[in-house]
Ligand binder design. Structure first.
Ligand SMILES: [Zn+2]
Length: 407
């Protein structure tokens, strides 16, 4: 994100492009803005804003629009900035454990088209890429001919190297050191920027920008997606770690007397609140662990087994609250359904173990984006270059993608 901005230099053209990207980011976050709002937010004069807005319009990204309050006829007409329907878009891919979701997402986080398919256990990366490519072709079919594809954002439940998106380990897919970006481009037969990141990190990103964590700078998104991971935003910045592997909270030692974990250690938190552990505790076949969220959504009342898991969840979250002092912890993946059932037990266990000071300010929350946090986070990640330098980003974009991919 922001670390790439430092490479722009300090000359006037770089500053102008930076302002152009920042202005676009404001419109993207809000979905709509006015020149007056942008003038005040960006602290630039009206003629500079008018120039930037004019450039975004000429690039086909934004269009003149009336502010929302004026549309009903009550407010006074004013110079609004809206997002163009045929503006740039990205492809977002959420590789789950047993299914993949693919969407065509425009600025404003608008999902224009989506498709899903199952992932067969033990699939090789090229096989999964083939299925993703088929879904991508489907979702771009009706894209406006002039709309540029800026990039592809992919979410993976695993460890992803920040520098190049190499998937170091995706335990549930049984992938080691997979360069999925080049595999997917080969399957599609096109060349566009591909960004790959960890599912929990992307869930945190989307919830921070347009979900339960808007305007909240200290947020943790905890993802239950067979394994357990966290995306951490602290002081408004993503906490990524040196290599990009931060947030593997599922492997914190939780119960020294506990079960062996697939990572080789004993008693990791994941062995108590991971999908396989929950499946075992509530007596469903472990091969249904990947669809645990749907299974839990079918419960009307919490069982004693689920209440105990709720306590394990709260006790583990206490460690996160003590370590990072978040304002909001968002419970995503199958934790959404679990938390609805055993909220009282999770809260009580958290209160029991967390230090009083950080406990005071923390709220446990369901994702504001429902089941789409990770998918929309993948889209946000792919849109990022557009907010650093829209002109350069459009230079690497692909126009007429519906036709190019159909052939
Ligand atoms: Zn482990």
């Amino acid at each position: 994100m922001s670390r790439q901005r430092t490479g722009l230099g300090t000359n006037q053209e770089a500053v102008r492009r930076h302002n152009l990207g920042t202005l676009l980011q404001h419109v993207h976050r809000a979905g709509h803005s006015s020149r007056a709002e942008l003038t005040s937010i960006m602290g630039l004069n009206r003629s500079t804003i008018a120039g930037l807005v004019g450039e975004l319009e000429s690039l086909g990204i934004t269009e003149h629009a009336l502010p929302a309050q004026a549309r009903g006829g009550a407010g006074r007409p004013s110079s609004g900035v809206g997002l163009s329907d045929s503006g740039p878009f990205v492809i977002a891919v959420d590789l789950g454990v047993d299914r993949m979701d693919v969407a065509r997402v425009g600025l404003g986080g608008v999902i224009h088209e989506r498709a899903a398919a199952p992932i067969v256990g033990g699939s090789e990366a090229w096989q999964v890429a083939g299925s993703v490519a088929a879904l991508v072709r489907r979702v771009v079919e009706d894209a406006p001919a002039s709309a540029p594809l800026v990039g592809i954002g992919i979410s993976v439940p695993g460890l992803v190297r920040r520098t190049d998106g190499l998937i170091r380990l995706a335990p549930n897919l049984e992938w080691h050191d997979v360069s999925f970006g080049s595999i997917i481009l080969a399957a599609l037969g096109v060349d566009v920027p591909v960004s790959i990141a960890n599912d929990a990190d992307l869930g945190a990103l989307a919830e921070h920008h347009r979900g339960a964590g808007i305007d909240i700078d200290d947020l943790i998104y905890v993802s239950g997606n067979v394994g357990v991971g966290a995306g951490i935003i602290t002081g408004g910045m993503r906490l990524e770690g040196a290599g990009g592997y931060a947030g593997e909270i599922g492997h914190l030692r939780y119960n020294p007397e506990g079960r062996l974990c697939h990572c080789g250690n004993r008693g990791c938190w994941e062995t108590e609140v991971g999908a396989h552990a929950i499946a075992r505790a509530i007596g469903i076949p472990e091969d249904q662990a990947a669809s645990l969220g749907e299974v839990l959504a079918g419960y009307r009342e919490p069982t004693p087994e689920l209440r105990l898991i709720g306590s394990h969840l709260g006790h583990g979250l206490a460690g996160l609250v003590n370590a990072f002092n978040p304002q909001v912890v968002v419970l995503g993946g199958y934790f959404r359904a679990l938390f609805r059932l055993v909220r009282v037990d999770v809260q009580a266990a958290l209160a029991d173990r967390a230090l009083p000071a950080p406990l005071e300010s923390v709220t446990l929350a369901l994702p504001g984006l429902g089941a789409d946090s990770v998918l929309l986070g993948a889209a946000e990640n792919a849109l990022e270059p557009l907010f650093i330098d829209p002109v350069a980003s459009l230079g690497t974009a692909l126009v007429g993608v519906g036709t190019k991919l159909a052939g």
